[in-house]
Design a protein around this ligand. Structure first.
Ligand code: SD4
Length: 329
């Protein structure tokens, strides 16, 4: 089974991603503190793993002058709707009882955020999370309450368990044992970060979580600060992998704070992963990855896999930034 590739860590060449519309908008960036950085700000969308269709969608939104908030939402919705992606939205692998339960959050340039956890029967949890953000005074809704809220907002009840996921789950059940061993192929959450032409940053994260988890389990992906964090003055980060580890270290918040202290997105992602590893000296048999972006549009990513102590994708990955700036190496 082929492993999805993680975002490459890299400093992008300005020429590869600068566009005319960006230059125009950059001239209008009077509110930014560091005017030296203005010229380097350009729309950009990055995501965990190899979800090129998702970043292509996000790029389309950004290129048409859309906000980073719309870009990340519409970008991750591509994966939520894809039944072949068995770790996000429709077609996601169920918990051990056969229920597909979804976690998602979204955060905008003003620090507004919305989140849903343990949501069932709704195909686009990120869209519900955005409604929580925009239409309620709350940040997070969970379970039945989140589902009821979604129906009130016009979302359709949808059976999320596809034949394929059901078949695999029934196969898994034959073993009749619950071993929360991390199978890296079950970890393909999409976290996406974007900067729009105004230089504003937003992020979103969405997942069906760990396959065959105990019913009721919630991971990091809907938790602001863990699975996602955005500070429009500094940058943003999002996580993929074993949510328990990310929650424990408030991973995405940590990475943004490290960037605040002066680290590049790459350095911050590496430090975030190392922090987690250092707390698990005897057991690094899990997968964790972060991606990050800063206000200048610099990106970073770092990931560990079972069997590897540290593994950066600088050699094997690719930059998942669409349009003509898609780079493979
Ligand atoms: C979780 N972080 O529920 C998610 C899983 C994941 O790629 O990232 N999968 O723990």
């Amino acid at each position: 089974m082929k492993r999805r590739k993680f975002l490459k860590n890299s400093t992008l060449s300005t020429a590869s991603i600068l566009s005319a519309s960006v230059l125009t908008s950059c001239k209008e960036q009077k509110t930014l503190k560091d005017t030296k950085n203005i010229a380097s700000i350009k729309p950009i969308a990055i995501c965990t793993w190899n979800f090129l269709n998702a970043t292509t969608k996000a790029w389309e939104v950004l290129n048409n002058g859309g906000s980073s908030l719309d870009a990340v939402q519409q970008g991750v919705m591509v994966e939520e709707a894809d039944i072949n992606n068995q770790t996000v939205g429709l077609g996601g692998r169920p918990d051990r009882d056969g229920n597909v339960t979804l976690d998602s959050c979204i955060m905008d340039k003003d620090g507004n955020c919305g989140s849903v956890a343990y949501l069932q029967n709704i195909a686009s949890p990120v869209s519900v999370a955005r409604k929580v953000m925009e239409d309620t005074p709350h940040v997070m809704l969970a379970g039945k309450g989140a589902e009821k809220f979604a129906y009130e907002k016009g979302f359709q009840k949808t059976n999320l368990l596809t034949e394929q996921s059901k078949k695999e789950w029934l196969e898994w059940k034959k073993k009749s044992e619950y071993k929360p061993i991390i199978n890296i192929e079950n970890h393909d959450t999409i976290g996406m970060l974007a900067i729009d032409k105004n230089g504003d940053i937003s992020g979103a994260c969405t997942t069906s979580g760990m396959a065959y988890k105990i019913g009721g389990r919630v991971g990091d992906s809907p938790i602001i600060g863990a699975g996602l964090f955005v500070d429009n003055e500094i940058g943003a980060a999002t996580a993929t992998g074993v949510g328990e580890e990310v929650i424990r270290t408030v991973g995405s918040f940590l990475i943004v704070e490290l960037m605040r202290q002066g680290k590049t997105p790459q350095e911050a992602c590496e430090e975030g992963v190392k922090r987690i590893v250092s707390k698990n000296k005897d057991n690094t048999n899990f997968q964790i990855g972060f991606i990050a972006i800063n206000k200048k549009g610099e990106t970073g990513s770092y990931c560990i896999h079972p069997g590897f102590t540290y593994r950066s994708y600088s050699k094997k990955g690719h930059i998942n930034i669409p349009s003509d700036s898609y780079i493979k190496n």
